[in-house]
Design a protein around this ligand. Structure first.
Ligand code: ADP
Ligand code: F6P
Length: 535
């Protein structure tokens, strides 16, 4: 791993914990969402500082709570307080009413309010100020996600000399989509001040490179080893693909606990002794929940023999509730649930069980273990950790994963999963029917492959590969996967079809892991040798 002499300073809008206010006071909750879950799992036992927002307005009670939360962590938590105006215009506004829908290819949901941009710049400077107070020259500052795309420029202006990286947890859009953003150039220019820029998949990295080529033609891009090297002015950035994962071993171990198995059996007895289908999502319009419900309804209409024998448990965690699009979504989902239940419920069988709350980890694991089918059908997603968590918890290799081709995890998991287009309700209904009728042997061989892939692509490997891409401190020579910093950059983007990435599972795996799989005559991926520990 590239040597970091100092600490890693993680910077993200969300901290791993969330301060919730109640009439009686405040309390801490675990943050949901892929970023918080993955970093929290990967960061265990590593010293450092995590800088972020605790999910509430300025409140003197926050610091003691964060100090207490840091007691059982190896890093400290430092909060950035946001005013009510900043929460409304930076978090809900610019981040989640402009960037989130645009980057998920849903421009009609964007509200391009120019005031949002003003506040976005202000809050990025605010985060940068806290980082500048914290970071030393030999630290590595790792900024996460779309809320903080301008921090690099502010950090350099504030005199921060530490090396800096940025990872985008959500998709990066195509040039035609990104072009719609009035502030596209300053965002690209600021991103290029990071030393390493990471994306979930090759789709995202190619989109980013294409945007640079179209919108900043003066920038020089060339391929170097597994990464791209992008030069702007006197600075060069390594641009790479680093698909995120989960802490597979922790999920597997926890799922094995006897009390989890007992609760899972209890749920099956109470909800469905037959086929239990599970959806777990933040309540977000990108997750395709109404489309999923319509597909399930179509299944019950087309295959009447399934009625009474298949049950959908849809768990949603409330999310971004102040934003109108999210309020409408909740109403739409709840209406659909009640319509389906109204149409099909029979004595002793309710087709859709709907849970609207943040589940504790054990409860979540219990549902993962109880399920026969994991139904993960986002319309677009950076990665989707729920798909991976479901596989990790399938210790008895009994479950089937149905996954959207538009999830970041879709291409990576396609060899063992049933891959669907979430907009094709008939296809999803058929996939559920097929999964419900799949032989135990087929289920086992598919799940075995999936679990091996999720195990290999774990969160620890994600962190290592990102940190390995950091150029060395002298700035002259980089050790990022063979990147030579003395090379003369070319002026064209090379969209090389051979670029490694998740699109081809075999290519996405490390050389050591690659030898563990073989493509069979039936075009399915098979595990041919056991994992030899971490690669
Ligand atoms: P996103 O980051 O867009 O929310 P991911 O699937 O990558 O999507 O990550 C979601 C994370 O949030 C997962 O780790 C999942 O376990 C967690 N999560 C989702 N729904 C719930 C819920 N109802 N209760 C608790 N955790 C949840
Ligand atoms: O994993 C993607 C992500 O967008 C994170 O950046 C974000 O923290 C998470 O989903 C949940 O969203 P929010 O922070 O708005 O609750």
């Amino acid at each position: 791993m590239n040597e970091i002499k100092g600490r890693v300073i993680n910077v993200s809008n969300r901290l791993p914990v969330l301060v919730r206010k109640y009439a009686g006071g405040t309390r801490l909750e675990r943050s949901s969402g892929g970023l918080a879950t993955a970093l929290e799992a990967g960061w265990r036992d590593q010293p450092g500082v995590w800088i972020g927002w605790a999910g509430t307005g300025p409140d003197e009670q926050i610091e003691p709570l964060l100090v207490r939360a840091a007691h059982r962590r190896s890093y400290t938590l430092r909060s950035v307080a946001l005013t009510d105006e900043e929460i409304a215009k930076f978090y809900s506004g610019f981040a989640n009413e402009i960037i989130w829908p645009l980057f998920h290819d849903m421009p009609s949901r964007c509200n391009f309010d120019p005031e949002y941009w003003e506040i976005y710049q202000r809050v990025n400077r605010k985060f940068a100020k806290v980082v500048a107070e914290t970071a030393k020259d030999d630290d590595f500052v790792w900024v996460h996600d779309y809320h903080l795309m301008l921090t690099a420029a502010s950090l350099r202006e504030a005199g921060v000399r530490a090396r800096m990286g940025f990872f985008l947890h959500i998709p990066f859009p195509s040039p035609d989509m990104f072009d719609k953003l009035p502030w596209k150039k300053p965002i690209l220019q600021s991103l290029l001040q990071f030393d390493v820029i990471g994306f979930q998949g090759d789709r995202d990295r190619l989109n980013f490179a294409s945007c640079l080529e179209r919108m900043l033609p003066e920038v020089m891009i060339e391929r170097s080893g597994p990464h791209l090297l992008v030069g702007q002015g006197g600075h060069r950035s390594v641009v790479g693909t680093f698909p995120i994962g989960i802490d597979f071993d922790a999920f597997e171990q926890d799922a094995q606990r006897p009390e989890i198995a007992a609760h899972a059996a209890e749920i099956r007895k109470r909800v469905s002794d037959d086929v239990l289908v599970l959806g777990v999502d933040r309540l977000d319009y990108t997750k395709g929940i109404p489309e999923r419900l319509k597909s399930f309804r179509l299944l019950l209409r087309r295959f009447p023999e399934m009625r009474g024998h298949i049950t959908l448990v849809q768990v949603v965690v409330p999310s971004r509730e102040e934003i109108p699009n999210y309020k409408h979504l909740r109403r739409e989902v709840e209406l659909l649930v009640s319509q389906i239940n109204g149409e099909f419920t029979e004595p002793g069988w309710v087709p859709v069980h709907y849970i609207h709350r943040n589940l504790g980890r054990d409860e979540l694991l219990t549902y993962y273990r109880a399920a026969d089918i994991g139904l993960v059908t986002p319309l677009k997603d950076g990665m989707n950790l729920v798909a991976k968590e479901f596989c990790a918890a399938q210790i008895d290799e009994r479950g089937v994963l149905v996954v959207s081709e538009f999830a970041g995890a879709g291409p990576e998991l396609r060899c063992g999963a049933i891959v669907v287009n979430p907009n094709d309700f008939a296809e999803v209904a058929q996939a559920l029917y097929d999964a419900a009728h799949m032989s135990a042997e087929d289920k086992r061989s598919r799940m075995r492959v999936l679990r091996q892939i999720v195990k290999d692509h774990n969160v620890h490997r994600w962190i290592r590969s990102f940190l390995d891409a950091i150029p060395s401190a002298d700035g002259a020579k980089g050790s990022a996967g063979g990147v030579s910093w003395s090379q003369t950059a070319g002026s064209k983007v090379r969209q090389d079809k051979t670029m490694p990435g998740v699109a081809l599972v075999a290519a996405a795996l490390s050389p050591a892991a690659r030898s563990r799989y073989a493509i069979g005559k039936d075009a399915k991926l098979r595990v041919v040798s056991a994992a030899a520990g971490e690669d």
